[in-house]
Design a protein around this ligand. Structure first.
Ligand SMILES: [Zn+2]
Length: 163
């Protein structure tokens, strides 16, 4: 084949890459500010089948992190956020903006990071409610032939919706 054909082939490969990429969840597929908590679902870095439900109480900054079947997160000790809560805070800022998140949590963020503005304590909260809302969001993914962007799913790279 001549070089023109090869050029065409390379272009075709680039175009099909997003389609054949393995479907996987975003690091933080679900974040909401509800029930007096900033809360959401964080996927486990190591196990695709496991997710953590993490939350920060708006008033007390009580931290909670457990798996979807209510096993406490081993990384959350005392007043120090685990990596899941860190990821949750980061994603909340991406989705809602730093100002809105800070206002919801009742903190001033001038000259400091959101994390340092929080006065954290350990305060386990039930994961089931958050997790069931997450599953309702996931159900959108199973809609047959849905190609139109669904606003609630912007953070799922698997849907092909770009930010
Ligand atoms: Zn955790």
């Amino acid at each position: 084949m001549d070089s023109g054909d090869r050029e065409w082939e390379r272009a075709a490969v680039v175009q099909t890459l997003p389609v054949v990429a393995p479907r996987k969840l975003a690091k933080v597929p679900f974040v909401e500010m509800a029930d007096g908590r900033l809360q959401g679902v964080v996927s486990s870095g190591s196990d695709i089948a496991r997710v953590y439900v993490s939350s920060v109480a708006a008033k007390t900054h009580g931290l909670s992190c457990s798996t979807n079947n209510n096993r406490p997160c081993g990384g959350l000790r005392g007043a120090y956020p685990c990596k899941h809560i860190d990821a949750l805070l980061d994603e909340a800022v991406v989705q809602y903006g730093l100002e809105r998140v800070a206002r919801y949590l009742g903190v001033e963020i001038e000259g400091t990071s959101l994390y340092h503005a929080l006065n954290c304590s350990h305060e386990p909260a039930p994961a089931a409610v958050v997790f069931s809302r997450f599953l309702r969001h996931l159900a959108y993914l199973e809609l047959p032939g849905a190609t139109a962007p669904i606003p609630e799913l912007q953070w799922f790279p698997a849907t092909g919706v770009s930010r």
